[in-house]
Design a protein around this ligand. Structure first.
Ligand code: NAG
Ligand code: NAG
Ligand code: NAG
Ligand code: NAG
Ligand code: ZN
Length: 276
């Protein structure tokens, strides 16, 4: 028998948009897969995805949502071709990373443990010689990005920061139901519901597995974009895999059953430099 130790996670009142992945403190106990009943991986929001057409109206701080030139998401398609440059190298992803498995309020999410202020211990991808550090992942449903007009049921975002802690890139993969279990999703226990603020702590996962399931991310679109929620900050590089990651029907029902609407309205292509 053990009692569940109490633990305080520090929360930095900073908004990343999407999930902010600020619940990065490692708990003071080492039991694997421990359920904590009051997780703090969420930030209160004063905006709604259902009203994403008019976020600029809510606050002057959100003006980029209205007048930005590189807003995400955008419609993509094979008529734009695929990227010939900037192939991400994922060899800096270890096969086992520990963190908190939870629901960011809109769908399943995972935040990796790290020391406060230290990003360089995180899994990293390398693009054009630059290391970008992954803080965690979260799922939106339906997918943010359409391809050739088709919208997938969901989309997973691998969020990456610079070594000094600035949002840098998002690796996005579309998710749809297929015939077989996805080994990536088979790593996780059943999804935690969007109304449930608990987290499973000290869970380990293999971030490379999703990359393998989309042909090692060998074909993709890339563009200059933004956060997909207020304040719609720009300067992030987006990478969307051409391949869809297929789950079984039950896995997709598990994901969707734990999720709620979280796709921003598509933005017009402007200064995005798609595949440049
Ligand atoms: C960050 O963490 C890594 C790995 O634990 C360590 O090697 C490095 O010295 C740390 N950097 C800072 C600035 O604390
Ligand atoms: C989620 O929580 C809200 C507020 O407590 C409640 O009204 C709603 O029924 C819950 N939804 C589900 C699907 O459990
Ligand atoms: C992905 O890369 C690994 C080695 O890095 C290789 O074993 C595997 O066959 C590749 N898979 C695909 C679909 O290209
Ligand atoms: C039972 C338990 O450990 N609860 C803790 C879960 O984490 C929050 C902070 O995130 C603590 O306040 C709870 O005490
Ligand atoms: Zn996101």
């Amino acid at each position: 028998m053990f009692t569940i130790p109490l633990l305080l996670l520090s929360v930095v009142p900073q908004v990343f948009g999407c999930a902010d992945h600020q619940n990065f403190m490692r708990p003071g106990h080492n039991e694997k897969r421990q359920l904590n009943i009051s997780n703090t991986g969420r930030t209160p929001t004063y905006w709604a995805y259902e009203a994403s057409f008019n976020w600029g109206k809510l606050s002057p701080d959100y003006h980029l949502c209205q007048d930005g030139t590189q807003q995400s998401p955008i419609a993509l398609g094979l008529n734009q071709g695929l990227s010939l440059y900037h192939q991400p190298d994922f060899s800096g992803y270890p096969s086992e990373v520990l963190g908190n498995y939870y629901n960011w309020g809109y769908g399943p999410a995972f935040t990796f443990y790290r020391e406060p202020g230290n990003y360089t211990s995180l899994p990293y991808m390398t693009v054009d010689g630059e290391r970008m550090y992954m803080t965690g992942w979260h799922i939106h449903s339906p997918a943010d990005h359409t391809v050739g007009g088709d919208r997938s049921k969901a989309e997973i975002h691998y969020v990456h920061y610079t070594a000094d802690g600035h949002e840098r890139a998002v690796v996005a993969i579309r998710l749809d139901p297929g015939r077989e279990d996805s080994p990536f999703f088979a790593q996780f226990p059943p999804a935690i519901h969007f109304n449930d603020t608990s987290a499973i702590q000290n869970l380990d996962m293999d971030p490379m597995q999703a990359i393998r399931e989309v042909s090692n991310f060998s074909e993709f679109w890339t563009y200059k974009g933004s956060l997909t929620s207020p304040p719609c900050k720009e300067g992030l590089q987006w990478f969307l895999a051409r391949n869809i990651l297929f789950t079984s029907r039950l896995q997709m029902q598990d994901i969707l059953g734990a999720s709620t609407f979280s796709a921003r309205a598509e933005q017009e292509v402007w200064g995005h430099e798609v595949n440049v």
